[in-house]
Each structure stands twice: as C-alpha cells, then as structure tokens.
Design a protein around this ligand. Structure first.
Ligand SMILES: *[C@@H]1O[C@H](CO)[C@@H](O)[C@H](O)[C@H]1NC(C)=O
Ligand SMILES: *[C@@H]1O[C@H](CO)[C@@H](O)[C@H](O)[C@H]1NC(C)=O
Ligand SMILES: *[C@@H]1O[C@H](CO)[C@@H](O)[C@H](O)[C@H]1NC(C)=O
Ligand SMILES: *[C@@H]1O[C@H](CO)[C@@H](O)[C@H](O)[C@H]1NC(C)=O
Ligand SMILES: *[C@@H]1O[C@H](CO)[C@@H](O)[C@H](O)[C@H]1NC(C)=O
Ligand SMILES: *[C@@H]1O[C@H](CO)[C@@H](O)[C@H](O)[C@H]1NC(C)=O
Length: 383
C-alpha cells in the first residue's frame, strides 16, 4: 500500500473499491465511490513523493501512481507541479477525471496523458500552464494522448492569446470547453474544427473587442453549443454591427447575451449589445456598404459559377465533336490555302507591269499577259 499512501499525499482521490479501513493517514474519506481528500499543506513530509528533485520542482513520472488501478478521480491542484513525464498516469486504468488546477506546468511530455483504453473524460488545467511553450506541449500531448473519450476540458486562467488552428481536433467527444479568463482576441476559421458537438463553450472574460465575420462563421458551425461571451472589452463602433446582428439572428444559443455590453468608446460604456443597431451607432452608410459588399460578392461568385459551367459545356461539346472539328479545320485550311493562292496570283497580276515576265514563268498563269491583267481577275477570284 506504500504507493497509494504516497500518492495521496497531496491530492483528493476517489477510488471505486477502497475500503474505509484503508483510508490513508491525514486524509478524510467519505461517500461511495469513496472520496479521499488530502490537504497538501497537511503533509509536508510526503511532498517529495511526487518529486524527484526537491519541494519546489514537482515532477510526475511514470511510476508516480502505481497501485491506484481503481481510482476514478485524481485531484492534484495547488501542488506546484512543473513537469508531467511520459505515461505519468498510465497505471490508472479507471481514471475518468484528472484535475491539475493551479500548478505551473513547464514541461508536458507528448505522452503525458496516454492511458491504455483512453478512460479519461475530464481534464482540468485551470491556471496551470506556465507559458506559451507549455501550451505547445499541451497541444502535442492532446494529439498523442488518444483522448478519444474526453468530454470536458478546462483551460481557463492560462493567459492564452492564440488558439492554434485545429488544436481540439484530436478530441472528437469534447462537449464542454472552458476557455474563459484568458486573453483571446479572435476566433478563426479552423479554431474549433473537429469539435462540432460542443455543448458548452465559455469565452467570457477574454480580450475580444468584437468577433469578426470569420469568427462568427466558425461559431455558427457549433450548432448545439451554449456560448458564453460576457466580460469582454467590446468596442462599439460600426464594425460591431455584423456581430450585433449575428447576436440577434444566430441559431447558436448565447447563455449570457443579456450581460454583453460595450466597454468603449466612453460614451457607449455599459450599453447593452442587445440595444445596439446602426442608428444607435450612427452608421447608416456603413451598414449599407456591408450589405452591398456582400451582395456584390455573391453576384461575383454566381457569375463565376455560370461562366465556369458554360466553359465546361463548351469543352465537352468540343471534345465530343473532335473528329468533325478536325475535318472541318482541315477543310478550312485547304479552302484558305486555295483562296490565298488566288490572292497571291492576283497580287502578282496587279503589281508593277515591269514584273510581267515573272508571271510568264508560271505555267498556270501563262495566258495572263496576253489578255491584260484586269480582265483576268474575276475568274481567279472564283477559284
Ligand atoms: C480494483 O477493483 C477490483 C474489483 O472491481 C478489485 O478486485 C481489486 O482488488 C481493486 N484493486 C485495487 C488496487 O484496489
Ligand atoms: C517558458 O518557460 C521556460 C522555462 O522557464 C523557458 O525555457 C521557455 O523559453 C519559456 N517560453 C517562452 C515562450 O517564454
Ligand atoms: C483568472 O486567471 C488568473 C491567472 O491567469 C487568476 O489569477 C485569476 O484568479 C483568475 N480569475 C478568475 C475570476 O478566475
Ligand atoms: C475563412 O472562411 C471564409 C468563408 O468560409 C473565407 O471567406 C475565408 O477566406 C477563410 N479564411 C481563411 C483564413 O481561411
Ligand atoms: C437586435 O434586436 C433588438 C431587439 O430585439 C433591436 O433593438 C436591435 O436593433 C437589433 N439589432 C440589430 C443589429 O439587428
Ligand atoms: C458599468 O457597470 C458596472 C457594473 O454594472 C458599474 O460598476 C460601472 O460603474 C458602470 N460604468 C458606467 C460608466 O456606467
């Protein structure tokens, strides 16, 4: 039971089959399945169990949790963990929830979250990523971890500025995604690719000044989602109209729509986005321009499609008639050659009489000089 006791040193454990008689010292055990709460500060002597090199550098290694096969919830918050090694949790075959809030993860191994059978359903990393490098590590670990059953991911409070495109694609079952309390400024085309079944997406308390057309298009694809967008510093200028209009008409449910308000400019502060329109913002021209731009864009696309279709039909016709066309071209070519030869002859007749002797050498034109050039022309043309 040594590893069990040690691992419990700084966590809250919930084990499926763990008799109360085995409740580790200094831990409080209750409920079924059993919940074990161990306060990290109560156990100074045991902090080293999760660490290789001292109190301030906490590393989770491959062997950290041996003997906890039946644990379904592992709570490791507030432990100053900086590094998660390869297969750190791979002996926890029943682990459904892994809570790592309020740590300072500097290094996350690509296979940090790999567990045979992919049992993990919840991963919470609130205020846990040390810097942007750890985000890159995390993205790799999400991709390598085979987290096919993950339903909840909490990345709030991590000062995230940018979400790389497709970062959630390896999580096909994801339903609850918490990105609140970060510094996000934009949503792009591929930000939520692969997680179209999201039920909840929290983007509140970020740095969005507005959400662009591209972002709205992306969010609109998440048809089941309940979206949280409040506590962002919305800037209520004419560019905001598209977003406001989307709020009014989108099929996406916005859970906190009543709490969305402008932060700037100063005279619009605290004005609800619900009451904003072109009139309130004083930008009729702009609204019109957006509309014409859009319809112009649509008509260009339509024109392009029609032209493309006509072109394809033309090519098809040409292809089907290729024999006839070849013959036709040969005919034309021959006809042209005849006509050209005729003109050539006429030119020679028309030209300077002093060159008459040149024509004489041509057997076909031998009679020409005797009859006089001009009278000869009509019969030549009919050739
Ligand atoms: C895990 O649970 C099974 C029954 O489901 C039990 O037989 C086994 O002893 C438990 N293992 C541990 C390490 O608690
Ligand atoms: C993140 O922190 C680690 C450790 O201090 C450092 O090596 C790395 O360069 C940092 N990355 C960035 C992007 O600041
Ligand atoms: C937001 O995140 C920061 C760390 O990035 C944390 O200190 C703060 O308590 C969080 N705020 C809320 C309201 O959760
Ligand atoms: C995003 O998608 C929109 C429409 O689907 C498209 O017009 C735009 O070019 C795309 N942007 C990028 C960066 O792919
Ligand atoms: C959105 O709807 C509200 C009323 O429901 C209306 O006052 C406001 O003008 C609308 N805004 C836009 C941009 O359609
Ligand atoms: C805006 O609303 C907040 C809270 O609702 C309030 O504390 C603040 O004073 C308001 N600011 C203005 C300029 O009305």
């Amino acid at each position: 039971m040594m590893p069990l006791t040690l691992a419990c040193a700084s966590l809250l454990l919930m084990c499926v089959c763990w008799s109360v008689a085995l409740c580790p010292p200094r831990c409080v055990c209750s409920g079924t399945p059993l919940t074990v709460r161990c306060s990290p500060t109560d156990l100074p002597g045991l902090t080293g169990t999760l660490s290789r090199s001292g109190d301030s550098l906490q590393q989770l290694q491959h062997s950290s949790f041996r003997g906890l096969r039946n644990t379904t919830l592992l709570e490791l918050s507030h432990n100053r963990i900086t590094e998660i090694g390869s297969h750190a949790f791979s002996s926890l075959l029943m682990l459904r929830s892994l809570i790592l809030n309020n740590n300072a993860l500097v290094l996350i191994h690509p296979e940090a979250f790999s567990i045979p059978g992919s049992p993990l359903e919840e991963l919470s990393l609130r205020s846990s990523l040390y810097n942007h490098t750890s985000l890159t590590d995390l993205i790799t670990a999400l991709r390598w971890g085979e987290l096919f059953n993950l339903q909840r991911l909490d990345l709030s409070g991590n000062r995230l500025v940018l979400l790389p495109p497709g970062m959630f694609t390896p999580l096909p079952r994801l339903q609850y995604l918490h990105l609140n309390n970060n510094s996000l400024v934009a949503v792009y085309n591929c930000t939520f690719t692969g997680v179209e079944n999201l039920l909840e997406l929290d983007l509140s308390r970020n740095a969005f000044k507005m959400i662009s057309g591209e972002g709205l298009h992306e969010l609109e694809r998440l048809s089941l989602v309940r979206l949280m967008l409040s506590q962002n510093p919305y800037t209520c200028t004419c560019e905001m109209l598209e977003f406001v209009h989307w709020l009014n008409s989108s099929k996406v449910k916005i859970g906190d729509v009543e709490r969305l308000s402008c932060e700037s400019p100063a005279e619009m502060r605290n004005v609800s986005l619900r009451v904003i329109n072109a009139q309130v913002l004083g930008c009729y021209g702009e609204a019109q321009k957006v509309n014409t731009d859009l319809s112009l864009h649509t008509s260009y696309v339509f024109l392009g499609l029609v032209l493309g279709f006509v072109g394809m039909v033309f090519l098809l016709v040409v292809y089907l008639n290729r024999k006839g066309i070849k013959k036709w071209i040969t005919d034309i070519h021959e006809a042209c050659r005849d006509v050209l030869e005729g003109y050539h002859y006429r030119y020679e007749l028309d030209s300077d009489p002093r060159l008459g002797h040149v024509s004489n050498r041509d057997p076909r034109k031998a009679r020409a000089p005797t009859d006089g050039g001009i009278s000869q022309i009509p019969s030549d043309v009919t050739l």
